[in-house]
Write a new protein. Structure first.
Length: 553
């Protein structure tokens, strides 16, 4: 029976890790590159010192950039699948290290509960489903590895901890809290082991400092007096939200909104409970203080740089927050013996939390899927318009329908496609894509080709019209009144009367998402449609006019 008790948590951990990897890959099976990944693909795909060392959103990103460049050369750009696989495996590895850390302090079953909660942490859906967040995950992975190496309390452990901390810094500035943990560990053990092991923290921090002086100092910062004064509240809220996330509380499974009220209550109860234990003579485990330093450093630094979108409830902060909460609890509860009943309750709570968090994870997946679909549709439009597109054309917010493709410029994107393949929809795939994707592709195409109009006032000829003209009766845009266009020049001849409106569609159905300037009565408008790479899919014109109109080839 004891052997079963020893092995069962390991077996269940393996199953949970496999299930997590499979689930994440299923949820992202039709995803392409999204959001900030395009910054690496467009601006940093060629190896150089600057491409590796230039900060991204204040973070050092040396290893993530190097990994993106490696994956690009190994697998091309046709599929983002390799980076989703890498993220899923990194998340599983991080949970495994958390399991080891907690097991050393509380035993295998509590360690399993902690690892399972992290593997299926739905409120952190941005980190679990967005490969760009491997920068955060990598820092956490090697940060926990550093803490485990410090547990050895010997020279080999210190050497490994130094290397792991350096690797953590290579992924992102999220390594700074783990550097604070290393400093506290060094100071704690100075009486027994001296300060000669200060290199564990000094060497990685020195390397980071050199990077900061050379490149990081130019990064944007949001430090302000307001943020400094508001930081204690921010830290409490961050800890509360993370506590609620671990327990499956506070994040709505319906709309993803976050209410930290449950987390606040539980956090206050935990603080009160542990405070009572200390007052009764209990002592904190030595490992608590390094983790407490990491938690305080992480949450205060985040507070100092708070701006809209970087609130305690932000999904991307829940992963690190949950890890810190679990590490703190492991040290606070160290020495507590859990009976079978307590373990059953812990298992039930974990299963309930995972069930709720899976719903939150799926909702987050739906949000990111919109970004992926728009990326495939908008880049498809660039490729279709390749013959005539302006090299400076870019998918800015107004054109792309999203803020996440601003780094995609024709002059950068098309050469990348030629060298590494295309991640975009083919015209046939675009024709059956979701409605919002087809609509946005029409908007992008109209400007990328571009479509153009020239209106001549008073040029309408009452006796005009010929075999190549379609006559539209007066009375506006009746159902079925759309006119199929061919590449080249089309004339829209408008009889005298009020102003008319012209709009177009191509891949969209049920709407004409591309308006033109329209034209006054009695005019002739020349509409130019350049040839492109999707000849099987023509443009359609809708004329909304109270008077007779002719559309002539």
């Amino acid at each position: 029976m004891d052997r079963v008790d020893r092995n069962a948590p390991l077996v269940l951990l393996g199953l949970a890790m496999a299930a997590s990897v499979a689930l994440l890959l299923i949820l992202t099976r039709d995803f392409t590159f999204i959001q900030d990944s395009w910054e690496f693909l467009m601006n940093r795909r060629d190896p150089s010192v600057d491409s590796l060392l230039t900060p991204h959103n204040e973070h050092i990103v040396v290893i993530p950039v190097a990994l993106e460049q490696l994956l690009l050369r190994l697998f091309g750009m046709e599929s983002a699948r390799p980076e989703y696989v890498l993220l899923a495996l990194s998340l599983a590895a991080t949970a495994a290290l958390l399991f080891v850390y907690v097991r050393r302090r509380l035993g295998p079953w509590p360690a399993l509960f902690a690892a399972a909660g992290l593997l299926f942490l739905g409120p952190a859906w941005e980190v679990l489903l967005w490969p760009f967040e491997i920068s955060f995950v990598g820092s956490v992975l090697f940060g926990i590895a550093m803490l485990l190496a410090l547990d050895r309390d010997d020279r080999n452990g210190d050497l490994a901890a130094c290397a792991f901390l350096a690797l953590s810094f290579g992924f992102s500035s999220v390594a700074i809290p783990f550097a604070a943990a290393a400093v506290v560990d060094i100071l704690q053990k100075r009486g027994a082991r001296g300060l000669g092991r200060a290199y564990v923290a000094v060497v990685p921090v020195l390397l980071y400092g050199l990077w900061y002086l050379g490149w990081g100092a130019d990064a944007e910062t949001h430090l302000s007096l307001h943020n400094l004064l508001a930081s204690p509240r921010f830290v409490f809220e961050s800890a509360a939200v993370a506590t609620g996330a671990v327990l499956g509380l506070g994040t709505s499974p319906y709309d993803g909104s976050v209410d930290p009220v449950w987390g606040r209550a539980i956090l206050v109860a935990l603080i009160g409970g542990f405070g009572y234990r200390l007052a009764r003579g209990s002592r904190l485990a030595p490992g608590f203080w390094p983790v407490a330093a990491a938690a305080a450093t992480n949450w205060f630094l985040t507070a100092f740089n708070q701006i809209p979108g970087r609130d305690p409830t932000s999904s991307r902060y829940q992963y690190m927050g949950a890890v810190l909460v679990l590490l703190l609890l492991a040290n606070l509860l160290q020495g507590v013996r859990f009976g079978r009943r307590a373990l059953l309750v812990g298992g039930a709570v974990t299963l309930a939390a995972v069930a709720v968090n899976l719903v939150v994870l799926e909702n987050g997946r739906d949000s990111l899927r919109v970004q992926s679909v728009l990326a495939e549709a908008d880049t498809a439009a660039i490729e279709i318009a390749e013959r005539t597109i302006d090299p400076e054309f870019s998918l800015d917010t107004e054109v792309a329908g999203t803020t996440t493709l601003i780094d995609v410029q024709a002059a950068k994107y098309l050469p990348a496609v030629e060298e590494y393949g295309s991640p975009a929809y083919t015209p046939a795939e675009l024709a059956v894509a979701p409605d919002y994707a087809r609509r946005q592709a029409d908007v992008v195409l109209a400007q990328a080709l571009p479509l153009s109009t020239l209106t001549r006032l008073g040029a309408f000829a009452p006796g005009g019209g010929a075999e190549n003209c379609v006559v539209l009766p007066a009375g506006g845009a009746a159902p079925g009144s759309e006119v199929r266009l061919s590449p080249g020049l089309t004339r829209i001849e408008l009889a005298p009367g009020p102003r008319a409106e012209f709009s177009l569609r191509r891949f969209a159905t049920g709407e004409f998402p591309v308006p033109t300037e329209g034209a006054p009565g009695g005019s002739v408008t020349e509409l130019r449609v350049p040839r492109d790479a999707a000849r099987r899919y023509p443009w359609y014109l809708q004329v909304e006019a109270s008077q007779l109109a002719r559309v002539c080839r």
